[in-house]
Design a protein. Structure first.
Length: 627
């Protein structure tokens, strides 16, 4: 086994070395299915931008993902298909001009949509896209009036109580809703045949009782704002517009998010901007620049993952034995150091005493650091801090930023501190729990705890670690697992929690840790691997995939290694799976390992099947072979 482990580690190191870019980064794709591809076709048509080559390339990728029954799926084991995704694909293909309604594959798609509830079953984001392009009517009452943007932080709810993701997507839509703005695309198909018999059914989420109560609170707050209604309205419009324009990144996109940029463009159009406005054209170019090649097809990424890839891979390579002075490591370090953030962003409102020093997910992200990317980057820089004053300085600023983001409950969020007002979840917005708030989560808390325990001197982080460990232990599920908000799903959360608790000093025979270990071993597959379905995040319970994946096996094995003094049979079988299947080619290679919004956004990181097996194998070798 020892030689096999070494050979696989060497193979993975060689692969990662060869894929490093000249600037020190790694550009493995960040894939979330076909939604950005479809939206890009729709956006180009709405803006009257003629780009035949891009139009054809995106249409080809979309059609390559269609199932035999005419539907499109979010992930392999989704039952028959996804209605919302199929609506997006069907609409985009018709708009591309390369596919016609009477084509056999298009008739199958239309039939799938009709028999599964039609447009009423589309996600809220899909419905908003259809509204903006003239296919659906605006609801009679939008959930929030535009003046709500003026509500101060002292009011029970303000725009800054929303998660950053919700904020940058929702505010442009609020601006569009004010004018009931729509673009009627020339030669667009008519999707009326896909409407349900009662159009009210389209917005049943707006009619929940709890949601109405909160909406009434918002309207009450707006009504009591001091000032003339017309002036308040103008202030809200100008405020939202200013908010967007001040947060446009250098590449022209809003926060480097595809969806936020898409809706920002429509919001600017609603305010009278020309389709040829330089701001809009630069935003489109920024979205085009997010393109990559996946399986021979052009794909528009939701955002670019260079910093995330580089941080994780640089760390994994050093765990595998590369020294800090290795040219590969040095190039990665310099790339990361150059992208440490120095600007204040929205996070300052919730964390006013912190200084900038974090890292974001994507190369062009300068305003929106997140805790996971910052901790990942600091892990990869840590071995070099004793010999490089500049890296040590950057590390210390990053560490201070991470510590400053800890929530009052002891856990860690994704982006902003203490953005977790539970009653926001009753707003009549789909997936409000995931979309509107940014609470402490077991995966992010565990990952941050692992960083603080293994990659700091321990003294300055002792209090934070104690609070985080206490929160994490209370967050354990009854079966011994932990829920992972940003990964799939319970395997990911349990890996993050176990490695974090061990790094914080919790003993391996702690009852909670042993309970988690038993759960992990109970779900190991016969082939030695692990695999969890994306449907776990929808049902909020573990659902097996029915097959093993390299990434999830690596997580499970790494978790068990962290708590086991000797290599157990479960660990040995898992390691054997990673070695045996490391170069296999099957559908599990493309299975998403991350979730963005349950039931709508799933993320396939192409770097994961290399870096996480490398990490697990390296930890196995370091703990059991080279003691």
């Amino acid at each position: 086994m020892t030689q096999y482990v070494k050979n696989e580690i060497d193979r993975l190191i060689m692969q990662l070395r060869s894929d490093q870019q000249t600037d020190g980064s790694w550009h493995y794709p960040f894939e979330i299915g076909i939604t950005p591809d479809a939206f890009m076709i729709i956006l180009l048509k709405a803006l009257d931008i003629q780009d035949d080559q891009l139009n054809q390339a995106l249409a080809e990728r979309i059609i390559s993902r269609q199932e035999k029954n005419g539907a499109w799926k979010l992930f392999h084991d989704e039952q028959d298909g996804n209605v919302s995704l199929t609506i997006e694909a069907y609409y985009a293909l018709l708009l591309s001009g390369l596919h016609q309604e009477n084509d056999e594959h298009m008739e199958k798609a239309r039939q799938f949509i009709s028999t599964n509830g039609g447009l009423s079953k589309a996600s809220s984001i899909t419905k908003m896209m259809l509204i903006l392009t003239g296919q659906l009517k605006w609801p009679r009452i939008f959930p929030v009036p535009i003046e709500a943007a003026l509500l101060p932080p002292t009011f029970p709810i303000s725009m800054y109580d929303l998660s950053i993701y919700a904020r940058v997507n929702f505010l442009p839509l609020l601006l569009c809703s004010d004018h009931k703005f729509q673009i009627n695309i020339a030669s667009a198909p008519d999707l009326k045949a896909l409407l349900p018999s009662r159009s009210d059914d389209l917005w049943e989420e707006f009619r929940c009782e709890e949601g109405r109560s909160l909406v009434q609170t918002i309207y009450y707050g707006v009504k009591n704002l001091i000032g003339l209604p017309s002036l308040l309205h103008k202030m809200a419009v100008e405020g939202i517009k200013k908010y967007m324009l001040e947060r446009i990144e250098q590449d022209g996109t809003l926060y480097n998010f595809f969806s936020a940029t898409f809706f920002m463009i429509f919001a600017l159009l609603s305010q009278g901007h020309s389709k040829k406005d330089p701001i809009i054209l630069k935003a489109v170019d920024g979205l085009k620049a997010m393109s990559t090649i996946v399986d021979g097809h052009l794909h528009i990424q939701y955002t670019r993952p260079e910093i995330w890839n580089t941080s994780l891979i640089n760390y994994a390579l050093q765990e595998a034995g590369l020294e800090p002075d290795d040219p590969c490591v040095q190039r990665a370090n310099q790339y990361l150091i150059a992208r440490q953030q120095t600007k204040y962003g929205d996070w300052q409102l919730h964390n006013p005493y912190a200084l900038p020093g974090g890292w974001g997910f994507s190369d062009g992200n300068t305003l929106n650091p997140d805790i996971d990317d910052t901790a990942a980057t600091l892990r990869s820089l840590y071995p070099t801090t004793p010999t490089s004053p500049s890296i040590k300085n950057a590390y210390n600023r990053g560490l201070a930023y991470v510590l400053s983001t800890q929530n009052d409950d002891g856990g860690f969020p994704a982006f902003e501190k203490n953005v977790d007002k539970k009653w926001l979840q009753v707003l009549p917005i789909e997936q409000a729990e995931f979309f509107l708030t940014d609470p402490s989560t077991p995966d992010l808390t565990g990952r941050t705890l692992e960083f603080l325990g293994n990659f700091t001197n321990g003294i300055q982080a002792t209090s934070a670690m104690r609070k985080a460990a206490k929160w994490l232990l209370h967050a354990q599920e009854k079966n011994g697992s932990w829920y992972g908000r940003w990964g799939i799903c319970y395997i990911y959360g349990t890996w993050a929690a176990l490695t974090g608790l061990r790094a914080a000093g919790e003993v391996s025979n702690h009852p909670f840790i042993q309970k988690a270990a038993k759960w992990l071993m109970s779900i190991q597959n016969e082939d030695g691997g692990w695999g969890e379905s994306c449907t776990s995040d929808i049902g909020k319970k573990y659902i097996p995939l029915g097959a093993s994946t390299l990434t999830q096996t690596a997580w499970a094995v790494d978790a068990l290694i962290s708590i086991s003094l000797t290599p157990t049979p479960a660990i040995e079988k898992g390691i054997a799976y990673l070695i045996r299947e490391g170069q296999s080619q099957n559908w599990t290679n493309d299975y998403p390992a991350g979730q963005g919004l349950p039931g709508y956004v799933y993320m396939h990181y192409h770097s994961y099947r290399l870096l996480f097996p490398l990490l697990a194998l390296s930890h196995y070798r370091g703990k059991y072979v080279y003691k």
